[in-house]
Design a protein around this ligand. Structure first.
Ligand code: SF4
Length: 343
């Protein structure tokens, strides 16, 4: 089992559930905008949020932000050890640094403050920060992350989370498998610079899904360019699909010429309405009754299109026929009833 690290009220590692994290893309010193974005991330199911600290103003803003959010906050510092210390002093629950970028005496100062305040440190590398490159880049990545771990250990600091990230799926997998064998610190998983939209989602789902199924990974971040809320939504969906988190799962048929309803629109509406639910419930949205009821049988509640409306079925049994304009209302009724029953 991995060691457990405490990040504010959240546990990463040990027996704790895998947590979803994201990073704001606002200027951290813009407190209002940053808080607004974090609130949206919280609503989407984010467990822990990271902010970039580039100057003193950013570090000082952490105190104000921390007071008004409900999830732990991580300060991300690239080079300046004074900013790392200032971030901790202003209430950061964890810091992410690159010890290789700091002189050892300066790192020592950071570690002393982190120890005193009980603040863990994430270390790790991604391809961009690699100093040594051989033909086995995944190993270079893993080895340089381990070097950073050893640096902290040499200062008797063990409250560590480690990460190795690449934009390449196979490199990410190999490097993480390697460090999982070498150390027992919690592992932060992510595919870095994964790209936009579908590309990022595909890469992250493969690498992170594969590693999580092997029991590797304690916290995840899905990197997608753009609104970070999407990262959280995808992260949660990956965990739900792997059975690592309770939540709604909407299955929908791919549609074909038999489809009688707008499956895509309806499924999207159902997902949007149910996303906040933290219970396991499977809802099927199927285009027709010809195959829909059979194919949606393993769902808890389903809807299948008819020429003049739809049927709603529960555990594969048809409950009622509804006209098109009532589909959403009646579906909601059955979902609410189901959720009350499982409560
Ligand atoms: S459920 Fe009906 S509409 Fe959907 S793919 Fe199957 S046959 Fe086509």
């Amino acid at each position: 089992m991995r060691r457990a690290v405490k990040v504010g009220k959240l546990i990463i590692g040990g027996n704790a559930p895998v947590s979803v994290q994201s990073m704001t893309n606002t200027k951290t010193s813009n407190v209002e905008e940053t808080i607004f974005q974090i609130k949206r991330l919280e609503e989407a199911g984010c467990d822990v949020v990271r902010v970039a600290v580039q100057d003193e103003e950013d570090a000082k803003a952490i105190r104000k932000i921390r007071e008004r959010i409900n999830i732990p906050l991580i300060a991300d510092i690239q080079f300046d050890h004074r900013l790392a210390i200032l971030s901790i002093e202003n209430g950061a629950d964890k810091i992410r640094i690159n010890p290789g970028n700091m002189r050892k005496d300066r790192l020592k100062e950071v570690v002393a403050v982190a120890k005193e305040k009980g603040v863990p440190i994430r270390v790790g590398v991604n391809v961009g920060s690699l100093r040594k490159r051989t033909s086995e880049r995944w190993k270079d990545l893993a080895e340089s992350a381990l070097e950073e771990v050893r640096l902290l250990e040499s200062l008797e600091f063990y409250d560590i989370v480690v990460s190795v990230k690449s934009s390449d799926v196979l490199e990410t997998i190999k490097a993480n498998e390697y460090i999982a064998e070498k150390v027992d610190y919690p592992i932060h998983l992510g595919v870095t610079e994964a790209g936009v939209a579908e590309t990022a989602i595909v890469k992250s789902s493969i690498a992170i899904g594969y590693l999580l199924l092997k029991g590797i990974g304690d916290t995840i971040r899905i990197s997608i360019s753009g609104d970070p809320v999407r990262e959280v939504v995808v992260g949660r969906k990956i965990l739900i699909a792997l059975g690592l988190r309770e939540g709604p799962e909407v299955i929908a048929c791919p549609t074909c010429g038999r489809s009688e309803i707008d499956v895509e629109k309806l499924a999207a509406m159902v997902e949007e309405n149910l996303f906040h639910i933290k219970k396991r419930v499977k809802i099927a949205v199927m285009g027709c009754v010809v195959n829909g009821i059979g194919e949606g049988k393993d769902s808890d509640i389903g809807v299948a299109g008819l020429k003049d409306g739809a049927v709603i079925f529960v555990k594969g049994k048809v409950k009622e026929r509804v006209p098109k304009e009532k589909i959403i209302d009646r579906l909601k009724f059955y979902i609410d009833r189901y959720l009350e029953e499982v409560d």
